[in-house]
Design a protein around this ligand. Sequence first.
Ligand code: 5GP
Ligand code: MG
Length: 457
Amino acid sequence: MCGIFGIYGHKDAARLTYLGLYALQHRGEESAGIVVSSEKKIMSHKGMGLVGDVFDEKSIKSLRGDVAIGHVRYSTTGSSISKNIQPFSVNHSKGHIAIAHNGNLTNAFKLRHDMEGRGSIFQTTMDSETIVHLLAKSQSPDHRQNLVDALSGLEGAYSLVLMLNGYLAGARDPGGWRPLCIGKLDDAYVLASETCALDLINAEYIREVEPGEIVFISKKGIESQKPFSGKKHSFCIFEYIYFARPDSNIFGQNVYLTRKRLGKQLAKEFPAKGDFVMPVPDSGNYAALGFSEESGIPYEAALIRNHYVGRTFIQPSQFIRDFRVRVKLNPIKDVLRNKRTVIIEDSIVRGTTSRVRVKTLREAGAKEVHMRVSCPPLRFPCFYGIDFPTKKELIASNHSIKWIKDFIGLDSLEYLSKEGMLKSMPIPKEEFCTACFDGNYPAKPCGRMSKCILEKK
Ligand code: 5GP
Ligand code: MG
């Protein structure tokens, strides 16, 4: 997963991109980068870590130019090396190219293998670099046609922002897995993964970049081409369930309200007897609100989040059991003691965090713990950009719900049905990719997964 942002035609392009990335931080905490362009010169600043750590006043001031793109990258294992930090940029006979990518190309391995066979030299292990090679290979003198040519060879998921010789471009794959929207700030145009980034900089929401559409932004305004549209949509349903920020609108509709409806539907399908409903903060907050509203069971926030937990902290000198989970969420004993609690989770991936979490609730005195999950069991890996583990690690892929209930240590466990999930969505069910729940992959995953996912976004 990743967050992407781009702006054209603003004297504070880098600063606004910094703010946009700040709003998109939840989409990637591993690294951050900004590339700016002014009069055919490009400058960049990138680093490992959070946006606030990578940039300071000095680095922002040094990035002068009125076009910028930026990227935040999701934490993945094994590949957190600095040469992979995006945006990725190159100098080429056609000019400067910089790219920021959210998604995962399913044919990246094959494309790269073919190109390397013909002498191409790759600088990174990112699938996104493949796009730059394809751009450079296009024979057309028109940079717009270069982009159409490059994208026509791609399979899988991509939402992109690009800087091509001082122009800004945005593109979405024909299925539209990952979101991308267009905004306007005075005379400047903005592209962002989610609308929360537009809100922060006071930009007005214009519309989504449509699946299969390419937008070119220049002094002339927005030019649109739809060389790949008209295919079946495959919006990532997990964006609504977990990934996107609740204050964002993605795929044209609000995330918070959708999560609340998921919770209401869950209460209809699987009522629970409890003294109160509580969320696993923060991702379970909104489904828990919906569950409480629908069931009439009061809402309590019996787990309190420490908002200052960074990616690293000084470990306690003496071994404290489950420290990593405890430092983030602390149960309130006076609320939980001798109570039957209904706890709402947005999703269970490996089940390991939930297990420790439930143990701490019991230690805090909870008499019964009933868990309700606001999506169906996650059984299949994602090839389109969500950093799920392999099938082996997905607990629901290998075990029954009864087994998972016992493993986590619950009195009862129920998952929302697939039909119920689809019914709660703000757009028609045919528009979604639900492969992680049902294994129906809209684009053929490449046979060699470890190679296919050269780099997980
Ligand atoms: P588990 O109990 O499976 O170990 O963890 C479940 C928790 O992980 C849920 O609260 C859910 O919000 C969160 N989660 C779901 N998907 C992802 C993901 O892709 N990345 C991360 N870091 N957490 C996730
Ligand atoms: Mg969660």
